[in-house]
Design a binder for this molecule. Sequence first.
Ligand SMILES: C[S@@+](CC[C@H](N)C(=O)[O-])C[C@H]1O[C@@H](n2cnc3c(N)ncnc32)[C@H](O)[C@@H]1O
Length: 217
Amino acid sequence: MADKDSRAGSRYATAAILEYVDRLHAPHDSGLSAAFEAPAKEKMPAIQLGRSEAKFLELLLRVAGAKKVVEVGTLAGYSAIRIARALPMDGKLWTIELDPRHAEVARNAIAIAGQTANVDVLLGAALDVLPSLEQHGPFDAVFIDADKRNYDGYGRWAARHLRRGGLLLGDNAYLFGKLLDPDPEAEAMRRFHEEAAKDFDTTCLPTPDGLLLGIKR
Ligand SMILES: C[S@@+](CC[C@H](N)C(=O)[O-])C[C@H]1O[C@@H](n2cnc3c(N)ncnc32)[C@H](O)[C@@H]1O
């Protein structure tokens, strides 16, 4: 997430080092800038992926040869643009967003990035929208980055609709440091972890707020 202390994942990273590597390895063109800067400009929450995390997502999906990807939680389209850039010409990203304003801002940024043909921004609550995508499955990757209390439901949907070898990614897997708390949101996030560990070969990367990564068995 862009607005958290991005040094959390490494004891050696200083703000200056992170600024240097982001600038060098994850530069922005106009489409990425539009999406990255929109939350602050449009008074939306600035909770998009960090620059290097988003570029990591793009590279990972390229290595995996992903063609059909589902994202839960679009915001202003920043991670969606990175995902779309990993896809081949005939690839497709379906990205789901609850807030109509966020979806509109994302569609604009995705157009500036020249990715309209490869990206469908779908408006609605993800648990309601996901069943409408099943006709397009099985999918190569599912990236979850939305309401934390439903991560377990999103994870179960991904386990059913990813192909064997498909990728599951879940941001905020540390739940802002509250993963082990005794409350329903943390319990849902722990179910997401525990069920993913059964259906996928998993790890949880120490990004600022944890990134669960799994390959479907
Ligand atoms: C962390 S942001 C997504 C950031 C985006 N993936 C990025 O890195 O650029 C989470 C988004 O999920 C949306 N959201 C929250 N609950 C949702 C739900 N039930 N279904 C779909 N989207 C939801 C929020 O409105 C918000 O825009």
